[in-house]
Ligand binder design. Structure first.
Ligand SMILES: Nc1ncnc2c1ncn2[C@@H]1O[C@H](COP(=O)(O)OP(=O)(O)O)[C@@H](O)[C@H]1O
Ligand SMILES: [Mg+2]
Length: 268
């Protein structure tokens, strides 16, 4: 007996239940692209393509998936299939979500007032873009809001939420050191600290809050750029003052692609 041809919807169901990595590889090969070529077109690292295809990374950011879909010129229907697969991986896993998460968020001695919608809005941005900046004047509540966002998102980051205070740093080379100290990463004698950090973070799904980036903006950007390129599941939430005085001398080219970030403003 000849088996019936799979109907359109049966095919779709089968495709939708497939793993993201399997689907991606299939679509990439159909487009005749190497991993390198796809990475170049989608402006992501070849390591990220490889991690996705091998299933090490199952829930990429929506913007990453959109860039891949654009690079592969996928139809709307195929895009949806990919997004559904990522959503299943992102979806709530209750037993996992209930687990207390590691963090070093500063304890607040006063209660947080109002701003529930702002916190929610920024929390949603953090979940959809790898770098979100909170910009506002001094005293407007940027740090406090960022900490609340981190608290709200604790359950979304299996490897925790880490607050890195950059304000006391006078030497911008200390940014990797401040990160290592917050994340409790040991420096290896033979290896640059940033490299050790990137290796540690490569497979982690965590949120790093960089508080007060303004005075060392150029180094913070370089470090943030490396993190976002090499550590595809790390999310960054940065606060910085918009006081223009502080930007003098910070005229560096920005290594981050524009579509990978979002900006929220906190008004005093
Ligand atoms: N929503 C809020 N509820 C209660 N206190 C707040 C709130 N937002 C800010 N604060 C307090 O106001 C002060 C200034 O806020 P902060 O976040 O440090 O400002 P910024 O980082 O923009 O300079 C801090 O003492 C902070 O705890
Ligand atoms: Mg602050």
């Amino acid at each position: 007996m000849v088996p019936a041809e799979p109907s359109g919807s049966a095919f779709r169901n089968a495709a939708e239940s497939a793993e993201l990595g399997t689907l991606l590889k299939k679509f990439r090969l159909q487009a005749g692209l190497s991993q390198q070529a796809l990475a170049e077109r989608a402006l992501i690292s070849v390591q990220a393509v490889s991690a996705l295809e091998r299933g090490y990374r199952k829930a990429p950011y929506r913007v990453t998936l959109e860039r891949i879909a654009d690079a592969l010129a996928l139809s709307d229907e195929t895009r949806q299939t990919l997004e559904h697969s990522a959503q299943r991986a992102r979806g709530p896993r209750l037993d996992d979500e209930d687990r207390p998460r590691a963090h070093n968020l500063p304890r607040q001695l006063t209660s947080f007032l109002g701003r529930d919608e702002v916190v929610q809005e920024i929390a949603e941005l953090v979940e959809s873009a790898p770098l979100v900046s909170i910009v506002g004047t001094g005293g407007a509540g940027k740090t406090r809001t960022a900490v609340e966002v981190g608290r709200r998102l604790l359950n979304r980051f299996p490897h925790g939420v880490w607050f890195v205070e950059l304000a006391p740093l006078h030497d911008s080379d200390l940014v990797p050191r401040a990160l290592a100290s917050a994340l409790r990463v040991q420096e290896s004698p033979q290896r640059p600290l940033l490299e050790t950090l990137l290796a540690y973070l490569a497979q982690k799904r965590l949120l790093i809050i960089l508080d007060n980036c303004e005075h060392i903006i150029s180094q913070a950007r370089v470090v943030a750029g490396s993190l976002l390129r090499e550590c595809p599941s790390v999310a960054l939430l940065a606060t910085r003052s918009r006081d223009p005085e502080r930007y003098r001398g910070a005229n560096v080219s920005d290594p981050l692609p524009h579509h990978s970030r979002a900006k929220a403003t906190v008004a005093g």
